[in-house]
Design a protein around this ligand. Sequence first.
Ligand code: F0G
Length: 408
Amino acid sequence: MHLRCNNRKCAHTLDLHERAVACPACGDLLEVVMDPPNLEPAALKRTWLERRMSNASADSSGVWRFRDLLPGPYDPAALVTLSEGNTPLVHGLKTGKSAGLDRLFFKHLGWNPTGCFKDLGMTVGMTEAKYVGAKIVACASTGNTSASLAAYASRAALEAHVYLPSGKISLNKLAQALDFGARIVEVDGNFDAALDQLLETTNKDIYFLNSLNPFRVEGQKTVMIEMMEQLNWQVPDYVITPGGNLGNTAAFGKALEELKTFGFIDRVPKLVVVQASGAKPFADLWKSGAEEITPEAHPETVATAIRIGNPRSWRKALHSVKYTGGFVMDVTDEEIGEAKALIGLDGIGCEPASATTLAGLRKLRAEGKLDRDATVVAILTGHALKDTDYILKAHDKLSDPQLTEVPS
Ligand code: F0G
């Protein structure tokens, strides 16, 4: 197992535990290259199920349960874990009707320890940070990464610095970062400016834990492994996910590619990425077929988690979408608002960014681009309580959200 530059034209390699933020040859992102696991797929699928019955700390984590496809080796006692993962696949009832889909499932990553999918990557990233002897960990964030980093840093007894776009993130998320004891650096500007500022820091003691950290991507891969297990390894037709900085898209594609290459599945679901119309550089890249992404200088959307104009993982994400035969689309803030209200009325709830998924599905069905009987897994990335201000404001404005079925 080793690190490799994600730009296949460069493909520079490094040792797995070398402490590098980016490729020393070309400055692009690094990724972990996995070795095939020691056991056959059938045996590993059994082992992963058996671990669910174990109370050992490494087994009760829905990330480390799949450690055979993760970096390591780490001493089980040294894992920085909060029993993340193990999130359910919830059948969309009213939401399925509203989208005209019979087999819609939500993989709710908001039901993680800090209320967001970031915990899945953070447990691996923080464990690696400790392994390489880091003292300070840091990220820029639209809110969720900072909450997760702060919690896991506390567990690891490391100092946490979080760079946040001033006045641009949900107060619930800021409150979490404060509660978990992070040092807050407010940046005048948006997320992209905050990330630039962090990356310019010359403090050599800082270990970066944004999703450009390849170890975080590895943890987020387990979403696809756990989803496949929950579907008894019957491959769904589509997985649909919000796209911001595109770490999740990168992770999901990597997981699906590894599962197929190593013989766990014989085909892959199409990966569909949904961006907000006001922050859609990746959707634009997809549409234009350009070679490089053009950053959006002034991203704007009510879904503050994905208000990102310069997604750093775009190259990995593009590979993921192409590999799975999927596509990229965007939805308006109004469509996000309606979809979010519908997910709430289904007794599930999520934060606005997550609702891009249902909004995207409703649009695809209305345009006749998706079959009623397709099996679809929509990834809900954050908990409803992540942005209560949005809910309270929306209920001042919204009349009854439309529960009418999309005609087939
Ligand atoms: N959904 C939520 C709730 C998020 O917090 C994020 C990203 C995304 C979707 C997009 O995921 O970046 O992997 O494409 N939040 C980051 C943060 C940027 O700082 O919390 P992505």
